[in-house]
Design a protein around this ligand. Structure first.
Ligand SMILES: Cc1cc2nc3c(=O)[nH]c(=O)nc-3n(C[C@H](O)[C@H](O)[C@H](O)COP(=O)(O)O)c2cc1C
Length: 165
């Protein structure tokens, strides 16, 4: 059965509502020193040789131009204790997104001190695909919290991991 592109997109959205993802705040800075942060779940580990990650950024996002300029970035994996940061990021814009959370700087890139993990990346490649750019980052360093309790996004709501099977 062939489906129209519109129908495929609708059904893919529906499928992805049930695709639990950990919430990540991607943070970066422009050449003028302005900080940017946005929530992202399209974050994927790429390889351990070299240690690398990717994040898909919508070209309409306010931070897109900074990524397009080749800026380095940090992938802040949120814990369930950081729900306020995820919600704050979704509701506010621009520098206001830095009002919630313990934001610090490492090598001139903002990162969240209370993230479950802060993965500092040097941008290594950018590939355009449809509405998004895929931004690859070689991992420079990783900061880990002691607790593993990731903040999940599932069916349009924030959750935490349930029982081990
Ligand atoms: C849970 C969640 C996950 C998101 N994942 C992504 C993503 O992977 N890539 C992306 O470009 N936008 C993603 N978004 C949307 C961006 O966070 C949001 O559109 C972005 O901050 C742009 O807003 P701005 O232009 O006001 O900065 C996500 C939003 C939420 C709430």
């Amino acid at each position: 059965m062939t489906q129209s592109a519109e129908m495929v997109a609708d059904q893919l959205k529906q499928a992805l509502r049930g695709f639990a993802q950990t919430v990540v705040i991607v943070s970066t800075v422009d050449s003028a020193g302005e900080r940017y942060a946005m929530a992202a779940t399209a974050v994927v580990p790429v390889s351990m040789d070299p240690p690398s990650m990717l994040v898909c950024i919508n070209r309409n996002a306010s931070a897109y131009g900074v990524f397009a300029s080749g800026a380095d970035f940090c992938l802040n994996i949120l814990g369930a204790n950081a729900l306020d940061i995820a919600q704050g990021c979704a509701m506010s814009s621009g520098p206001d997104r830095f009002k919630t959370g313990d934001w610090r700087m490492l090598d001139n890139i903002p990162y969240l001190a209370e993230a479950q993990a802060a993965i500092h990346c040097s941008q290594s490649k950018r590939v355009s695909h449809g509405s998004h750019d895929i931004i690859f980052g070689d991992v420079l360093s990783v900061q880990l919290a002691e607790t593993v309790d990731p903040l999940l996004y599932l069916e349009g709501t924030y959750r935490r991991v349930g029982d081990q099977l």
